[in-house]
Design a protein around this ligand. Structure first.
Ligand SMILES: Nc1ncnc2c1ncn2[C@@H]1O[C@H](COP(=O)(O)OP(=O)(O)OP(=O)(O)O)[C@@H](O)[C@H]1O
Ligand SMILES: [Mg+2]
Length: 274
């Protein structure tokens, strides 16, 4: 039987985290088994104690790639650590999606250590002289847009990166990514892919009521090439009408907006291993 490993509820360790509970119920209804992970302990670096028979999918909060490798050493996961990292971190998926996504450069960086201004400037020169956005290999600080995300012109890059690194603090993942800014219409689509097939097109969690219908042929070809079994692609329509890939993610850690049927994705995960 298929196991899906969920984050446990920190307040109620025998239960699945409240946010994920509808999906756990859907796993059981589809004939799968639910196992529990102490996500806090994993991120602290404590020994992993998980019981699962047979390979497990994971559904839950994001896990840094090094911690994911530790998890994979302790329990048999369907998605190996290299595939997880390739989908989860921009430098992993970018080469496969390069012409469908805003041009991007990156520099490794550790918490508290922003790259030098000269190094940043040299890397970002490849993006031209227009506006840019800053994030790390995984996440942006889009809620601090003016301070730590949007770069109106190249002279502002060191200021925004410095503030971004300060705010990310110990959670800085991998390094700094700088992307050319493109003007998108509101309402991203989040497309969920399993074994190369689009199993669900729904809204991004930020715009749960929207119902975008992007064309998928070109994206499907790239997802196939990426070679990861379970991923999401977030797509936005640019001002000129062209659909763009804003980001790719590992499906195991992509958030599901409450407007999306909890069984739509996890029932397919259960069937895929049955
Ligand atoms: N190159 C870009 N040009 C214009 N806007 C962008 C660009 N990259 C990101 N954005 C905007 O910033 C938002 C956040 O970016 P992104 O999705 O890369 O970061 P995130 O923190 O991983 O977000 P989430 O995980 O919530 O989707 C996007 O939804 C989009 O609105
Ligand atoms: Mg996003």
């Amino acid at each position: 039987v298929t196991t899906v490993l969920f984050c446990r509820d920190p307040l109620n360790p025998r239960e699945v985290d409240e946010h994920l509970r509808p999906e756990a119920a859907a796993v059981r209804a589809a004939g799968g088994t639910v196992a529990l992970l102490d996500h806090d302990a994993l991120l602290r670096g404590d020994a992993v104690r998980v019981r699962a028979d047979g390979p497990a999918w994971y559904r839950g909060w994001m896990i840094p790639t090094d911690r994911y490798a530790e998890l994979a050493a302790a329990v048999e996961l369907v998605v190996p650590p290299d595939a997880y990292a390739r989908a989860h971190e921009l430098p992993g998926w970018y080469p496969t999606f390069a012409d469908l996504t805003p041009p991007s450069v990156w520099l490794p960086a550790a918490p508290g250590g922003p790259p030098a201004a000269a190094q940043l400037g040299a890397a970002a020169a490849a993006l031209g002289h227009g506006p840019m956005i800053v994030k790390d290999y995984v996440k942006s600080r889009k809620h601090e847009w003016d301070e730590a995300c949007f770069v109106p012109d190249p002279t502002a890059l060191p200021r925004v990166v410095t503030r971004f690194v300060e705010l990310q603090d110990e959670f800085l993942a991998g390094g700094i990514v700088v992307r050319a800014y493109e003007r998108f219409e509101p309402g991203e689509a989040r497309v969920w892919w399993l074994d190369g097939e689009p199993i669900l097109t729904g809204p991004h969690p930020d715009t749960p009521a929207s119902d975008p219908r992007p064309p998928l042929d070109e994206v499907a070809a790239r997802v196939g090439r990426l070679g990861c079994r379970f991923v999401t692609t977030d797509l936005a329509r640019r001002g000129d009408g062209v659909w763009r890939v804003v980001e790719v993610g590992d499906g195991q850690v992509s958030d599901r907006p409450r407007t999306v049927d909890p069984s739509a994705v996890v029932a397919r995960l259960v069937q895929a291993l049955a």
